[in-house]
Design a protein around this ligand. Sequence first.
Ligand code: PXP
Length: 234
Amino acid sequence: MALLGVNIDHIATLREARKGIEPEPVYAAGIAEQNGADQITIHVREDRRHMQERDLKLLRQTIQTKLNLEMASTEEMISIACAIKPDTVTLVPEKREELTTEGGLILKEKHREVFATLKKAGIEVSVFIEPDIKMIKKAKDLGADTVEIHTGKYANFKNKIDINNEIKRINDAAILIKKLGMRAVAGHGLNYYNTQKLVDLNIFEEFNIGHSIISRAVFSGLSEAVLTMKLIVE
Ligand code: PXP
């Protein structure tokens, strides 16, 4: 049975739209955990467009499952991570202008020291990369504990042949990750229609899913929200 990491970034996106105090990510994390989330994932971006350091600190104190921090490998973020100590750091590429994380991380020799610093602080190191054999071997060589396969291409493909080819690429990648003794995780763009096929591969230990869960939550909660306000107004 695979584990579910719930990415709650977009709770903070909604809050930052008004720069106010609601909705509160700490509540979202609690509800996610009470309903089976095995992990809470947040991305503290350089531009702080959604999650803030305040959220990271509070979530570290309140989360009862596991906290997975997605971040770029900048000096600032490495020192924040070493101070707050999430259970896992997932290193992701970050471009200021992107809407979301586009493409996987390109691993370089400089990452060796970054991984060592995080591991010394007792943090599990995960890398978010494309299902690429060379990059997976590089992750192992540099000392990563876990590889999260970027499933964005799979999620975006529209025709069956492309989808099936990408599933094969993802499956081969996961087999190699496990053979090399790392944890195999998948995420990005997964929703209520495309996740099952990857679950059926029976190879991923964990899935990190955000946008589709928060999107669905808007509609599953909208009726109650309108009815309650209607009662006040009446
Ligand atoms: N995994 C990683 C490494 C990510 O960067 C993201 C997006 O922040 C996700 C999973 C979740 O993607 P989505 O919001 O599309 O489910």
